[in-house]
Design a protein. Structure first.
Length: 276
């Protein structure tokens, strides 16, 4: 029998929590995680949302794009993250071609992510073409976060990672898609790499929270890839990235010091050995 008092347990962040945060004008913090240890650290630090992004394809598996990630890959990473979390809302990306073919397939993929991985919600890229799938998934009781602007799963369609919706026609289309996603039942929308003024306008015109990445300060919240903001990845230098640490250097120094101590026979010393 657990001895933990109910009052001692962390208050869980839910989809309704983040909707209420927008209403109250409180900014929402979101970071990615892909494994138990990292998830545990950022959950205990107080993050509201953890995204198990298909960016795992880049930072964990070394692929150039997010396209190679499979549903099984994402279920594995999500289940690892869920086990490390007590408080945060865990949202998992549905990967490329796990929801674009048919509404039935999209519902099955979302169901597997919830049942097998324990995700609290799923995220899907796109607007009008996926609206019917979003509706079906929401009707089944699965919360959905939308994603507009730069949609990395469509990189081969657009051919570039440049800022999206800089022209009036694409901007108006993005606004329409945001409203369609809200009407379909999405509880929030990620806006990636679009002009700050457009993101602020979308944020004002819909009642659900917007989470920005390269979309300016007018969004209701912000998200970054954990490997980028911790400085683990030195090659990625977009304008929107702020590094809060230089763990690449810290880890490199630690490894080199370990090698030096092994070579010099300083490690292990007598206190780090067992007597017999």
């Amino acid at each position: 029998m657990s001895t933990q008092k109910k009052s001692d347990r962390p208050v869980k962040i839910t989809t309704q929590t983040v909707v209420d945060m927008k209403r109250k004008g409180e900014k929402i913090s979101m970071l990615t995680a892909y494994d138990f240890t990292m998830a545990q650290i950022i959950d205990q630090a107080g993050i509201e949302i953890i995204l198990v992004g298909d960016s795992a394809s880049n930072v964990m598996a070394g692929h150039e794009t997010t396209v190679p990630m499979t549903l099984d890959h994402m279920i594995y990473h999500t289940s690892c993250v869920v086990r490390g979390v007590d408080r945060a809302l865990v949202i998992a990306d549905l990967p490329f071609m796990s929801y674009q073919v048919t509404t039935k397939e999209a519902l099955i993929s979302a169901g597997r992510m919830m049942k097998e991985a324990g995700a609290h919600a799923i995220k899907m890229e796109g607007g009008k073409p996926i609206i019917n799938s979003v509706k079906k998934i929401v009707e089944a009781g699965i919360p959905v976060m939308g994603h507009l602007g730069l949609t990395p799963q469509s990189i081969y369609k657009f051919g570039t990672y440049k800022v999206r919706a800089t022209e009036e026609q694409e901007a108006e289309e993005l606004i329409r898609d945001a409203k369609l996603l809200e009407e379909a039942g999405c509880f929030s929308i990620v806006l990636e790499k679009i002009p700050a003024k457009l993101a602020a306008r979308v944020t004002e015109e819909i009642s659900i929270p917007t989470i920005g990445i390269g979309a300016g300060a007018g969004c209701d919240g912000q998200v970054l890839v954990i490997h980028d903001m911790l400085g683990l990845n030195k090659e990625f230098n977009p304008r929107f990235l702020r590094r809060y640490a230089d763990l690449n250097t810290v880890m490199t120094d630690a490894v080199q010091n370990y090698i030096k101590d092994v070579k010099s026979k300083d490690f292990p010393n007598e206190e780090e050995q067992y007597g017999g």
